[in-house]
Design a protein around this ligand. Sequence first.
Ligand SMILES: Cc1cc2nc3c(=O)[nH]c(=O)nc-3n(C[C@H](O)[C@H](O)[C@H](O)COP(=O)(O)OP(=O)(O)OC[C@H]3O[C@@H](n4cnc5c(N)ncnc54)[C@H](O)[C@@H]3O)c2cc1C
Length: 517
Amino acid sequence: PKQKRGKFRSFVVWSWRLTYVSALIGAGYITYGVIQMRNPADQEEPDPSKKTLVILGTGWGSVSLLKKLDTENYNVIVISPRNYFLFTPLLPSCTTGTIEHRSIMEPIRNFLRHKKASVKFYEAEATKINYETKTIHINDDSDIKGDMSETEVPFDMLVVGVGAENATFGIPGVREHGLFLKEVGDAQAIRKRIMDCCETSTFKDQSEDEIKRLLHMVVVGGGPTGVEFAGELQDFFNNDLQKWIPDIKNNFHVTLVEALPNVLPMFSKQLIEYTEKTFQEETITIRTKTMVKKVTPKFIEAESTNPDGTKHLEQIPYGLLVWATGNALRPVVKDLINQIPAQKDSRRGLAVNEFLVVKGTENVWAVGDCAVANYAPTAQVASQEGAFLARMFNNMAKTQAIEDELKECSDKQEKAPDKGTRDAVFEQIKDLQKRLRRVKQMGPFEYSHQGSLAYIGSEKAVADISWLSGNFASGGTLTYLFWRSAYLSMCFSTRNRILVVIDWFKSKTFGRDVSRE
Ligand SMILES: Cc1cc2nc3c(=O)[nH]c(=O)nc-3n(C[C@H](O)[C@H](O)[C@H](O)COP(=O)(O)OP(=O)(O)OC[C@H]3O[C@@H](n4cnc5c(N)ncnc54)[C@H](O)[C@@H]3O)c2cc1C
């Protein structure tokens, strides 16, 4: 037994040492990262002889392109009304205060300042792309405007990564009375509205019907965004709201409305059923085959399909309406489509070829939600497209450099004074040609689907993960831990990761904040 105790002791001692050393290495790594982040090196200045590459947008597609692009090869200009990158997969968590919105924002300035060659950034909206003149009309739409707030930016190469607008399908009242969930401002507005509804429902002498209406939270759209938001909202009620505002306990209710026969259509059948069962347990009502026809300030008018196939119209009163039904074209994209005859049939976005070139154009590419390449409009697709373009642009620059060198070598070979020099140059040419062939060997864009993930509330998530050549479907609490770690690892920077972990810890320990800003 003495020997056993000795072994156990040495196991504990070694485990402790290992943990200690790992913690030190981890802390060192983070410290190094922070120092690097806070002390950017000097950058190369733009070279006017190089081509001007304009990138529109600071979302998934554009930022993924910028991340991998060797900026010293071009004069890069980024134009976007948003001077930060937003990690959208965690945006639903910001609507209830599980995560603070600044934790998932990365200032574009910080990021661009770390590129080898400097990149110009204009905080502005591209209002028109003139393909003929190769110029972009930009407009500073912020509150503070200088003497110059509208101008034109010329380009040699253009990447359109402006994303998409919220689709309302022309349903009257959606824009006026509903809230969207796409930007930081949307999440803040939802958070305020939830608290406003709760507080207003407890106002003195409020009628029973009005209390029910105010506390009816309706989410339209059964895709991942709608489902995740509904789950987060129910968590907020279960863990915090009902504790601090007990008066709302019996009337708070979340309803998810979807026009299709089921929610999460991109997930496997078994996960759809699992989600529906979990929602039932969480007391979230799912109303499938229900099409919203009109939105008024206090109710939505919807057409539901009965089990026998007949339809009926009904009025659904609501306090909060969140509209998450997908994408529509931005005006600047619509306008570009109208300028290019080859795009006349494009309805959902700019049609691109397998190299992401906008069909019917030269030197114009499109990535992400504004491009149509037969993939779902997701961050995964947008970021892979951006990375592909970066590789292609880097290759194009390398090709140009090798071709210039080849030209120089041919001149040298012609002027070579003797056979020895000529042979040496010939060897150099052969080597360059080999390199050129290698660089030019870039295939078309191929999307690799990593899987789909969605949080469904009550610390449960569903995941359809691509596994070897098949698919692995799972749902539950373990999947939730996987969901968290996957999103954490995908966050833009170490800073974001640390802030998100702190927020999770904060909301778990102290609960979510129920004050209305
Ligand atoms: C709440 C939410 C959750 C999501 N969760 C997931 C998820 O879990 N997994 C997933 O794969 N996808 C998810 N998505 C989808 C994903 O966010 C989008 O597919 C992705 O953002 C598309 O990237 P993008 O670069 O095309 O556009 P965006 O990321 O939307 O970026 C567009 C950029 O263009 C800028 N811009 C807009 N108009 C102009 C203009 N006129 N001129 C210049 N710039 C302009 C915008 O300010 C923005 O910077 C989610 C989306 C939302 C809203």
